[in-house]
Design a protein around this ligand. Sequence first.
Ligand code: ATP
Ligand code: MG
Length: 426
Amino acid sequence: MAKQIQAIRGMNDCLPEQSGAWQWVENKIRDLVAAYGYQEIRTPIVESTDLFKRSIGEVTDIVEKEMYTFEDRNGDSLTLRPEGTASCVRAGNEHGLLYNQQQRLWYMGPMFRHERPQKGRYRQFHQFGVEAFGLDGPDIDVEVILMSARLWQRLGISDQVTLEINSLGSNEARARYKDALVEFLERNESSLDEDSKKRMHSNPLRVLDSKNPDVQLLLADAPDLLEYLDEESTQHFHMLCERLTQLGIEYRVNSRLVRGLDYYNRTVFEWVTDALGAQGTICAGGRYDGLVEQLGGKATPAVGFAMGLERLVLLLDALGKGEARPAVEAYLCIMGEQAQPYAMKLAETLRDHLPQLRLQTHCGGGNFKKQLKRADKSGASLALIVGEEEAQQQQVSLKYLREDRPQEQVAEAVLLPMLKQIFNHK
Ligand code: ATP
Ligand code: MG
């Protein structure tokens, strides 16, 4: 036998047994964004490398070591998108969606980062994200947070996630804070690990994000970002906190929360869970008022978030939440050649009148026992049986596969309302 080719490490197949759970989450997301009047944007998976360097920042984990970058046949440097915000802004600028306008957009799709694969961390993963442009908040900051909170509620995981928020302030305030932080880090340089030493000058805020417990211990005495905020950002942050409280959204202020991407300012937030081990952040976002201009557009305030769908599916799985609708509800058994024409026509008639019904038709012949076995394996709860006798009388036999109920024979006209009722279709 020829050697089999395997998938790329860290890039997963979503197999039929898992796709139901994914679709369940994706449908909840589609309903959610519709309920808030957001519109979908779809952008290419590949972009110019410069787009990510200029937006995410040169000295970040993503740009320094995680991007899938390659030269195409023309010698242009291209990159598989590691996240969605930069592409949204690029597309918005390119098509004039952002110029003096407000836009509330969402996207969902695969992202690529060359990280060490582990539970909840992959090289191809999927994000759902929203981006709101042209609104300077804090009302819109509240809206995107509410929206994420509503998704947890609809997925039944509200009690498993907690919200952490912080403000990074204006660029000037952050610059002042950076100076104070660098001064503190320099004083304690001997207690820092190599990574933090490297970051200390190139991107000092990222030291706050260190996963090293010793560094975190040291940081307890570091200057506090919130004390360096400018007046307007302080105001913005207070209003945000006040609204969240009024709306019953619980949160924890974490003044060491920064994000791994350079474009954020003012509001940043994360939704975290204890149920997934080390990869506990399922959603992260914030304000990025400078990015549109930085990428060549007119200065436009913006806020958004992105959530990792693998982590969400893992969490739902761990909690036994989510209900995938069976791929097959009813299975049509066809007994004998003579029954074929009537049975096939019946199946199409059912699909005409019951567009929601998930009906699989038996193919390949075989005896009753074999066909019933297939029906059972399909996951269907009902077998529709058409033999020669039924075909002649334009009738169908119903065999209930998952409940103790006698087989019955019904006329085609009775079948439609019966199926509707059995499967609870509108
Ligand atoms: P982390 O600290 O876990 O590396 P990040 O700060 O790099 O996260 P973001 O760029 O903010 O993550 O992406 C938003 C969300 O996307 C994360 O909270 C997470 O749920 C998900 N995510 C990020 N990287 C991966 C990955 N490699 N595999 C799976 N999900 C991911
Ligand atoms: Mg990361």
